[in-house]
Design a protein around this ligand. Sequence first.
Ligand SMILES: *Cc1c(COP(=O)(O)O)cnc(C)c1O
Length: 395
Amino acid sequence: MKNNYSIDTVHAGAKREKSDHAITESIVQSSTYTFEDSQDLCNFMDAAALGKADGRVEYGRYGNPTVAHAERRIAALEGASDCVLCGSGMAATTITLLALLSVGTHVVITDDSYRRTRQFCRTFLKRFGVPCTVVPAGDYDAIESAIQPETKLLVSESPTNPYLRCLDLERFAEIGRRHKVYTLIDATFATPLNLRPLEYGIDLVVHSATKYLGGHNDLMAGAVCSNEQLTGLVRQLLGVIGAVLSPQEAFLLIRGLKTLGLRIARQNENGQRVAEFLENDPRVVRVWYPGLESHPEHAIAKEQMSGYGGVVSFETTGGLNEASRLVDSVNIPYIAPSLGGVETLIEQPSLMSYYELEPEERLSMGIKDNLVRISTGIEDTNVIISDLEQALAKI
Ligand SMILES: *Cc1c(COP(=O)(O)O)cnc(C)c1O
């Protein structure tokens, strides 16, 4: 496995000297910014036109100092030259797609990408004259043959939800490079501590910072990391669309980032141990976790990742009701969507994200009724496991 733990999440990307000699970044709660006189304004405008305003902005939709501190920290963790933060993960994804695509272009997206991202591509982008082709994840020939002369972007995710499928990023990036098509990876489940897609030649990385990066289930944010040419396009459109992150949220995100290293170390351990425990339990039919040798992409995950994360999916014996009985019998995990926070969460995808679909439709999308997803938090591993043990006995 790779070792990314040497990244120091307390200090990476932070300025040593902060305002007013504080140890923390300050929350700049301001919608507008002032100028000393007309000359000061003109100087700023001239500098901004040349991209030399040195972080100064004139209005809150174009930037905020607290948000900028959070952006620098995430860029440093990701090994990116720049990061743009938005008000949610979906804002980050959709604004990036809108910034890069235009009528007449085409997108290729893998079928296990985040459901709302797929929906955005298939319905909204189509309405604006941007068709998309959905291809099976892990089928590199299908990805390649879906590329047309109009194709501008390949979109995928690693690890994916709910089966934690892992993409060979080097191969994916190489296909993009050979066809002169941008590659975008949603790496929310991995975090930059477990996987850094830019190192494999991926062009853009998106995170729902609502999940691990924030880490406390108390904020929504989204990040786009890339080179300054591409983040510049995203930032420009964000300033028009206005789905900006608030300074309060940015502060909470910074606070969360400082403990990311500790949290991910614990969540990697909790994920691995819970997966191993479940795999050895007769009431569990199958476990999906990239850290298990039984996982179809274990080899590629082992090569490219430095940890496998806190999310484990598994199938119980029986069907919908047996899985529900397990979910209803646990004491520690909360029943809730989302993942990556300090609290362990549990859910049945068939009743959560896919509830409105008919059972056959869900199944055709690979969502089985007996599937349970657990996002381990930072609780004591033994406590989570003994809770699961007593709940399994109630199936
Ligand atoms: C949650 C999530 C998103 C969407 O992020 P929000 O912050 O909820 O808008 C996108 N991709 C993945 C993989 C996610 O888990």
